[in-house]
Design a protein around this ligand. Sequence first.
Ligand code: GDP
Ligand code: IMO
Ligand code: MG
Length: 428
Amino acid sequence: MPAVVVLGAQWGDEGKGKATDQLASRTDFVVKFNGGNNAGHTVVIDGEKYALHLLPSGILSPGVVPVIGNGVVIDLEVLFVEIDALIARGVDPSRLLVSSAAHVIAPYNRTIDKVTERFLGKRKIGTTGRGIGPTYADKINRIGIRIQDLFDEKILRQKIEGALEQKNHLLVKVYNRRAITVDETIDELLTNAERLKPMVADTPLVLNRGLDEGKTVVFEAGQATMLDVDHGTYPFVTSSSATAGGACTGSGVGPTRIDRVVGVAKAYTTRVGEGPFPTELLDATGEWLRKTGGEYGTTTGRPRRTGWFDAVVTRYAGRVNGLTDLVVTKLDTLTGLEKIPVAVAYDVNGVRHDEMPLDQSDFHHAKPIYEEFDGWTEDISLCRSFDDLPVNAQRYVLALEDISGTRVSSIGVGPGREATIIRHDLLA
Ligand code: GDP
Ligand code: IMO
Ligand code: MG
């Protein structure tokens, strides 16, 4: 199975970093294809915790070539802070490749992200404030700055002048901020340009040649299906394509080459930022899930909103991504609950919806219809095979598989690399 997409089946933070890391020892390339440093992917190896934002998780595995694809937006300062922090911990990032067509997060876009959110007030998205949305907006608006522009100062200056002409009107006249100069922007963007140069590559060519040679490529998504700009809970989404199609456009590898699409889902649900979340628990149980699951953002430290597993969402994720497998994570967090509800459908103003409502207002008003499963009290963190799990935990996983309509191939029982039950090999 040479080409496997690993993506979020909920609202992010499902454990994509760990799932990717799990495959990395048998993988040649790990490509990040969307998003930027809004992501926070945690990998725990021998008790050592790594939080990756911009770098693909494959950077932690010595045999892997980590690739930042063309679909990513790059904050260059963050990139090198992250690289240096890994070097300080003994990780060798020298194999990293960066697409020449990836877009750069210019400093004005960080500012615009923050002031726009403030301006929106009650209608804010709850973004990570990293400049992600404005940078993708510039890309679509055809005024973005790309990695290759950094190596031609004349073109870079022209492009920044053009962009700032618009941005400064907005910053000064609408948001009452100071104007940003072309020179300060160029200075920031060029600070690390020489260091970046040897990493820049024609990454679609490299990846397709690798596949021609029978190499294995894992596509590691940032964010998740429900945060996808097309398929998520718009406008409470990120600004990139976090679904399976994004793996193709964001890397330059065609859909005919993808063998498997793996959705990662927590055994319950979390969400950071604003927007609808039908199974959200605003009570003591929600707080218990947050505490027990350590549900605080990897990137912003914000408390994550928590709720029960939503099978309507995972069925939807199965459909829009063409999922072949589910990885269910954090089953261990549910240990100790007497009953575990799972949303199997929604009630919208008295009408049952088995699938995602067509309309955003209906989704806002969706009340989960729950089916309850018996819990377990045994510590499952040392279980390494499905049969090791208590019968009720097995039944719970089988129920998720059945209601979601996608086979559960791997189950997480702890944050560590080893704390995993494998039912089907994702690379076989
Ligand atoms: P990502 O953004 O999808 O990579 O997920 P995050 O790293 O933001 O959040 C997932 C959190 O859950 C991290 O702290 C992981 O270390 C942790 N984690 C992943 N899988 C498991 C699991 O099976 N059990 C437990 N207890 N923690 C897990
Ligand atoms: P990983 O890859 C969870 C959320 C933000 C906000 C919305 C838009 O770790 O799963 P943005 O800054 O992207 O414009 O914010 O998307 N968000 C995430 N939530 N996990 C993430 O990444 C996220 N990346 C963005 O909280 O609601
Ligand atoms: Mg995360």
